[in-house]
Design a binder for this molecule. Structure first.
Ligand SMILES: NC(=O)c1ccc[n+]([C@@H]2O[C@H](COP(=O)([O-])OP(=O)(O)OC[C@H]3O[C@@H](n4cnc5c(N)ncnc54)[C@H](OP(=O)(O)O)[C@@H]3O)[C@@H](O)[C@H]2O)c1
Length: 350
């Protein structure tokens, strides 16, 4: 015969086959299981089928729509320019090297029969900031500008303790990642708002390339991590302001991608080429993927999405573990970078 447990709850008598404490524990356990299962389901669905907002939503019904891409002469930015041109967008190319911009404009125009305009600007130069932003906005105003890809970014030469960081390097990172991005977006946003139609096409898009270092505090890249974390907060606030006006603001969170900045030359399962990374990003605009539960954010590349998702799964516990893991990874990268620098110095002396 099972033992019954009787309880009086708000004047109602209930009978349980198990003690109330066991019942409550089982209930909380089941709820937790359902929460995690549905979150995992959403994550997997988002990777497998979450294709997001199609690029065509950002095109005007008539004529050519233009995309501004900053830092477009190598790495991730170069791929954004190439893939957007292949999709029929005109380009406003922004970079610091005139000859590289000219070469790229010629390549895109002949390969995709689009028009590519260019603006030379050094995003790290505070003296030219407002003039450079005006040069870009003046060109953007002459065409139908529907997309702004805030891609340009600066990081540390190598992982370094914050108190040992060259103050000029901090200036460079803050200027490029924060001041430039905010001022350029401030200048372009009125054009995007004016052309977009809430609820239907054309929408406009501001995509800001962040970093998992802005999602997980990254020791030995503290200044970089700070700027990408700041952009994360800024993007969410901005996205909420303009969503009802038909402008999609999304922040993208890459881990390592093959590029000059990462100094990684060989692609692997977790380190995609810029081509693969951008394909996955443009194919899932607005889909959270690894950034489950975070509004207006996306970790599009599947391996990066899995990292982001796992870090978030246990809240503060897993996030704190991730900070420790990143700290030791950066210590290791610094050791190897210093050794490489010593070898290069020795070779120069010979
Ligand atoms: N690669 C990664 O592992 C990784 C990971 C997380 C986040 N990200 C983010 O992804 C974005 C692109 O990085 P990436 O890896 O593609 O870097 P990259 O290969 O070094 O390319 C950076 C691009 O920006 C340009 N640029 C750099 N400083 C500039 C300045 N002061 N003014 C104007 N243009 C400038 C470069 O021009 P030049 O051709 O003249 O050098 C280049 O076209 C950055 O925001 C970065 O923080 C990258």
């Amino acid at each position: 015969m099972p033992e019954y447990h009787k309880y009086n709850i708000f004047g109602n008598e209930i009978t349980l086959e198990v003690p109330m404490s066991t019942f409550l524990l089982a209930f909380v356990g089941a709820l937790t299981l359902v929460t995690y299962a549905s979150s995992l389901g959403r994550f997997l669905f988002s990777i497998a089928a979450g294709s997001g907002v199609p690029l065509t939503s950002f095109k005007a019904a008539k004529g050519t729509t233009y995309a501004i891409v900053t830092g477009c002469t190598s790495g991730i930015g170069l791929e954004f320019a190439r893939q957007l041109a292949a999709d029929g967008f005109g380009l406003i190319l922004v970079g610091r090297r005139q000859s590289a911009l000219d070469d790229l404009a010629r390549e895109l125009e002949s390969a995709h029969k689009i028009r590519a305009l260019s603006v030379v600007a050094d995003a790290a130069d505070p003296a030219d900031l407002h003039a450079a932003v005006k040069r870009i906005a003046d060109i953007a105003r002459t065409v139908d500008t529907g997309i702004l890809i805030n891609n340009v970014g600066a990081s540390h030469e190598m992982p370094v303790a914050f108190h040992e960081t060259d103050p000029t390097e901090i200036d460079n990172i803050v200027q490029t990642n924060i001041s430039w991005t905010l001022q350029l977006t401030r200048a372009i946003m009125p054009l995007l708002v004016a052309r977009s139609t809430p609820g239907t096409a054309p929408k406009s898009l501001v995509m800001t390339i962040g970093s998992l270092s802005g999602r997980i505090p990254s020791p030995l890249l503290a200044a970089y991590s700070c700027t990408k974390g700041g952009l994360k907060t800024w993007n969410t606030a901005l996205a909420a302001e303009v969503q009802s006006k038909g402008v999609v603001c999304t922040m993208v969170f890459p881990a390592f991608v093959v590029s000059n900045m990462s100094k990684i030359r060989k692609a692997s399962l977790t380190v995609p080429t810029p081509e693969k990374f951008v394909k996955s990003t443009l194919g899932s605009i607005g889909a959270a993927r690894g950034a489950q539960g975070r509004m207006y954010e996306s970790t599009p590349y599947p391996a990066h999405a899995a990292m982001d998702y796992v870090v978030g799964i246990g809240g503060n516990v897993t996030e704190n573990i991730a900070v420790g893991v990143i700290h030791s990874m950066h210590k290791d990268i610094r050791k190897r970078a210093l050794k490489k620098k010593q070898r290069e110095l020795a070779a120069k002396k010979e």
